[in-house]
Design a protein. Structure first.
Length: 134
């Protein structure tokens, strides 16, 4: 015979559901925590969190949207810093987005203060030698 709470024959544990406050926490923490870390924060296993996301698709939508929003804000800030002249931001951006790499040139003629910066633009390999300290 079925129980009155809709669990069926034999009862069983009621499936875990995130409440509004917990979903708000997901939104706030999405930019700084992985799903595994978020599961730990919510005091549940990763498998339980995954099952919750299957039952409550809005949980994963909230996580993905909030995470993408934070990534977008940080990326925009990085590009702004690079445009405004921050050298570290420029180098990071070009290495991660334009395929640039930096290595010492093994050329006995070249001065040891020279650095070769390589990058790919539409599969065309290019090299630029940058002399430091001048």
């Amino acid at each position: 015979m079925a129980k009155g709470d809709g669990q069926g024959v034999g009862g069983g544990k009621k499936p875990r559901v995130l409440n509004k406050d917990e979903i708000t926490s997901v939104k706030k923490l999405a930019g700084v925590l992985t799903i595994h870390q978020l599961s730990e924060f919510l005091e549940m296993s990763h498998d339980t969190f995954t099952r919750i996301c299957e039952r409550q698709p809005e949980v994963m939508r909230t996580y993905k949207k909030a995470r993408a929003n934070i990534v977008g804000k940080v990326a925009y800030s990085l590009v702004q810093d690079a445009i405004e002249g921050d050298i570290a931001s420029r180098i990071f951006y070009l290495k991660t987005q334009a395929g640039w790499s930096e290595s010492k040139k093994d050329d006995p003629i070249a001065d040891s203060s020279n650095t070769v910066i390589s990058f790919n633009v539409k599969e065309a390999k290019s090299e630029v030698i940058v002399t430091r300290g001048e």
